[in-house]
Design a protein around this ligand. Sequence first.
Ligand SMILES: C[S@@+](CC[C@H](N)C(=O)[O-])C[C@H]1O[C@@H](n2cnc3c(N)ncnc32)[C@H](O)[C@@H]1O
Length: 545
Amino acid sequence: MKRSIGAALRIPYGHLPKLWGINHSTYNSLWTTASRKMSGTKRPGDGLGPKAGEKRWKRKKTAQEAESSLRSTGSHEEILLEDVRFLLKTSLEPGFDYSQSQASTPQQFSQVQLSISMLSSTGDGLAVSQDGTRVYVVPFTVPGDVVVAKVVKNFPSHSMTDLVEVKEPSKDRDDDLVFCKYFGRCSGCQFQMLSGDYQLQHKHKVIAKAMQNFSNLDQTLVPPVGEVMPSPLLQGYRTKLTPHFDGPRRGGFKEGAPVPDIGFQLKGRSFVLDIEDCPIGTDAVRDGFRSQRDYVKQNLHTFKRGATLLLRESTERTFSSVVSDGGEKTAQCHTDIKTCVSDSKALVTEWVGAAKFSSPAGSFFQNNNSILEKFTTFVQEQLVIPNLPGQDPSESYLIDAYCGSGLFSICCGHGFKGILGVDISSQSIESARQNATENGIYNARFITGNAEAIFADVDFPPEYTSVVIDPPRKGCDELFLSQLLQLGPKRLVYISCNVHTMARDIGWLVRQDLGKNYTIDKIGGFDFFPQTHHVEGYAVLSKNG
Ligand SMILES: C[S@@+](CC[C@H](N)C(=O)[O-])C[C@H]1O[C@@H](n2cnc3c(N)ncnc32)[C@H](O)[C@@H]1O
């Protein structure tokens, strides 16, 4: 669909007066905390946190608190600050003390013309002020764009802005690629104006930067980042969406109350943008979105407050045989019927290659089915222990940490002598057990608990053991990582939707034994989330000796 850039990217300024009363204490405190953490780490080129003389901490921290405050959280704010810091460092005079500078803080709501010079790992374009002392963060832009942006919020080192107009487009911008009418306002996608290749190259840089900035490792210990594998589908891939709407503070919706906006967060704001359709979703999920919106409209008075709607695809597969003219069965084929489920407790079914997974609609499952077969095949290959003593893979074992409903145990587990999975969600563990049986994996055990609970249960010989680790965005606890090191399995495959916490955890593992025990064999990614700044990363490690 060809659309004009002005229409795609103009932000509704009429909303501004309504905006600034809302939830800003939370927003501010997030930024302040991130700034403090970053300035607390005292890296070069600094003073980006509180101004000189500002109180940093109320009381002396305990050793444990100090340690955890220095541990990166991999939050959006921290990642952005790292890029802001980098850009300032490269444009400021060496030794420039930012905290002492009264540098160009622009007026709120003033408009500035900017040349975008970098794409941050958070998916925002970054531009440096003419005096080189401030970074402007401009959503929906790409290096090479010359834009007009409106300053929304100032921080010591940078200003958050809204994009007003692209005056001169970058050679890498192609607005004809934009396929959603909400692009430029919805916070879900950042990259629809970029080609798939550009997105992959950017995500490659994001992983490399994460290893540089968040691993705390001598970079000679980090192999070159492998290419980011593309998603077969660039739109229509998401098998789950969770649009939401806000409700009255008390008393619920009255009969005849106006229908609230139902959709996703407006970019840079804490309220909902009304969205009728999301072309990132699969067809079934898009149909479900429309009918759930209608349901809310018709039943608004039954909602006591705002709500999050669940839209999750389920696939019913029927098999049939292809019969030759001679009446012989020559092949088997299947037909899939896809529906959308919105009851979080209802069972949904998903297929990854020939493996069938059932789980409650509200439980975790990877959201881009189109890439999962390629991805799990890759993970399975990485789990093979190189130079296994005796060379017999059927003598090896698999630990599936943060196993969910058993994706890796089932897709990658064939041929292992024993499998042990752990997940904190008892519902997911129940699904993992049933899925394993249904898919002919009879040598797997699954336990409910914190990931480190696995170490009390495991009796696999470490030199024959591979571990796949797939934690939530916040990464692993040090308790888990330290017990993992103690066990010392031969092969580790770390998977993560947050490459920054992945870099932190991998760095921690390698640093603990000064790189003498574990070496990083491979780092790379899969594009699970086209059109967004997110990337699924992996790191493969082997224990030496
Ligand atoms: C990114 S998902 C991966 C699930 C699974 N590997 C898959 O690909 O489908 C992360 C999983 O970690 C689980 N989890 C979160 N915190 C945990 C903890 N402290 N200990 C164990 N599991 C945890 C969640 O329930 C979720 O299933």
